[in-house]
Design a protein around this ligand. Structure first.
Ligand code: NAD
Length: 496
């Protein structure tokens, strides 16, 4: 079956009408066009914003556990369609079938988490300093939430936001990546079917607005959006963050990473090798948490890096629909060009490059590059969204940690060591400065139970588990006086 027929079938199985419009959609599998979608007009955007705001006013009054019931039903719809949606993700963004099904599983997991959360949107009761008074916090729904997503996690990142935003009583508007609009339309079609049977859901509770960055920018600037949750490059976050700050909108910014791992001479090296390899080459280096820099202790450097080069060269790169392959293509030719530019820069600095050969077939297929660097400079200081792993030698752990922390991004990090003191130092206030710091696992592949996000140029937002839900609500502090007096706080006198 051709990819084009495959995609039409998948879309119809997911209940998504095959749309036709002016924005072409390509598959990275062979670069061919697999469809086209219609970009939103300014009238469409205005309508979506008004509907979203109207839906919020109703949805916020629906009891949270009932809102959770909607998310529970949606999670079940995802369970039913996991394989079809997974295949669609692979065709549209090029990650392997196993990774795509994992991505849909992540959507299911966050729905389960959100259902439980819908009965746990707790505030605190606080002791008042005044007699006959009580203080408490309440968490209230916020408004319409704009979710801007990147191509590399075309559905899971939306689900992290959508499941929480919905149980928190908000309406949602999704501006997916212009490179992956079909998965967004398919997910919305699934949710629409669930919504159609759900009495309490208002019109316009969840909407998709298709288009490129200009459409995203228009949505970000609109005061009808209460929270902008944007996932993508640091350049995007810098632009979005400034516009949102200009109108005091809340933001969750999930931006680029330049993630590092340290392999100590006291590590289980077999385990470290597998952890490093998966993080560096999984999704062809196109995860925000992909491992990009590796610090290896000098005592084990030669042996470890030799094994790493051999293992990286043995990775099967090819059609991501073939479950025998561990890595698929880059998203497009531009991504390949950026990879080559970074490698050329490293080579000019005297780096030794292993791998990185282009594979001869349609689509941007490339072998992972292991790049041995003499100095921590140049292209390794920035994120290149491709399978490049820069490798460095270290002798003192404190120096490796300092170099790890010396880049702009602060998303994910890990140490491989069986030495308790090394691990605890890495996790301490003097250790990794990232939002994610792991021990004896790689930098990528987070679970939904923890709060996900990073520091510095990664934007500082947190999504998914733990108490990330609080960003989707507004906090009200209430002081209640049940006495007949009016004592003022801090003993202030105002006698009349
Ligand atoms: P991108 O920044 O090119 O685009 C991401 C999204 O932002 C797209 O929907 C795009 O249309 C939109 N956009 C771009 N500029 C905008 C603007 N000025 N105003 C409004 N919207 C705008 O990113 P990409 O190439 O799709 O994805 C790769 C990047 O995303 C990498 O940097 C990766 O690290 C990052 N990412 C981060 C996370 C995270 O959780 N931290 C997760 C996935 C991807």
């Amino acid at each position: 079956m051709s990819i084009r027929t495959d995609i039409d079938l998948l879309l119809s199985q997911l209940g998504c009408p095959v749309s036709k419009g002016g924005l072409p959609v390509h598959t990275p599998i062979d670069g061919s066009q697999i469809g086209s979608v219609t970009t939103a007009t300014s009238q469409d955007i205005d309508t979506a914003l008004s509907r979203g705001q109207g839906a919020f006013l109703t949805w916020r009054t629906v009891p949270a556990p009932r809102r959770g019931e909607l998310v529970r039903r949606f999670g079940n719809a995802l369970r039913e369609h996991k394989l079809d949606l997974g295949r669609l993700v692979t065709i549209e963004c090029g990650k392997t079938i196993s990774e795509s099904e994992g991505e849909v599983q992540e959507m299911i997991d966050i729905c389960d988490f959100a259902v439980g959360l819908s009965r746990q949107l707790h505030g605190l009761t606080i002791a008042s300093e005044r007699p006959g008074h009580r203080m408490m916090e309440q968490w209230h729904p916020l408004g319409a939430v704009l979710i801007i997503s990147a191509f590399n996690f075309p559905v899971a990142v939306w689900a992290w936001n959508a499941a929480l935003a919905l149980v928190c009583g908000n309406s949602i508007i999704w501006k997916p990546s212009e490179k992956t609009p079909l998965t967004a339309l398919a997910v919305q079609a699934l949710l629409d079917r669930v919504l159609a049977d759900f009495n309490d859901a208002p019109e316009g509770l969840s909407q998709v607005v298709i288009g490129a960055r200009d459409i995203g920018a228009t949505l970000v600037a609109d005061p009808r959006i209460a929270l902008v949750s944007a996932t993508g490059s640091t350049a995007m976050g810098r632009a979005v963050g400034q516009v949102a700050a200009g109108r005091f909108a809340k933001t969750i910014l999930e931006l680029g990473g330049n993630n590092a791992a340290i392999v100590s001479d006291k590590a289980n090296l077999d385990l470290a090798l597998r952890g490093v390899l998966f993080s560096a080459v999984g999704t062809s280096g196109q995860r925000c948490t992909s491992l990009r820099r590796l610090f290896v202790h000098e005592a084990i450097y030669d042996g470890f890096v030799e094994k790493l080069k051999t293992a990286a060269a043995s990775i099967s790169v090819g059609d991501p629909l073939d479950s025998g392959n561990l890595a698929g293509p880059l998203i497009d030719e531009d991504a390949f060009d950026r990879m080559q530019a970074a490698l050329n820069e490293a080579e000019a600095m005297g780096a030794q490059i292993h791998g990185s050969e282009r594979i001869k077939r349609s689509g941007a297929y490339v072998r992972p590059a292991i790049v041995e660097m003499a100095e921590h400079k140049g292209p390794c200081l920035r994120e290149t969204f491709a399978p490049i792993l820069y490798v460095f030698r270290y002798s003192k752990l404190e120096d490796a940690i300092a170099l790890q922390n010396s880049v702009g991004a602060g998303l994910s990090s890990s140490i491989f060591s069986l030495d308790l003191r090394e691990c605890e130092l890495f996790l301490s206030a003097s250790g990794s400065d990232c939002g994610i710091a792991n021990v004896n696992i790689g930098t990528s592949g987070a679970e939904i139970g923890g709060a996900f996000g990073g520091e510095k140029e990664t934007g500082g937002g947190r999504e998914s588990g733990s108490d990330a839900w609080k960003a989707y609500m507004r906090r009200a502090t209430n002081t209640i006086n049940y006495s007949n007096d009016l004592p003022l706080a801090q003993g202030v006198r105002f006698d009349i």
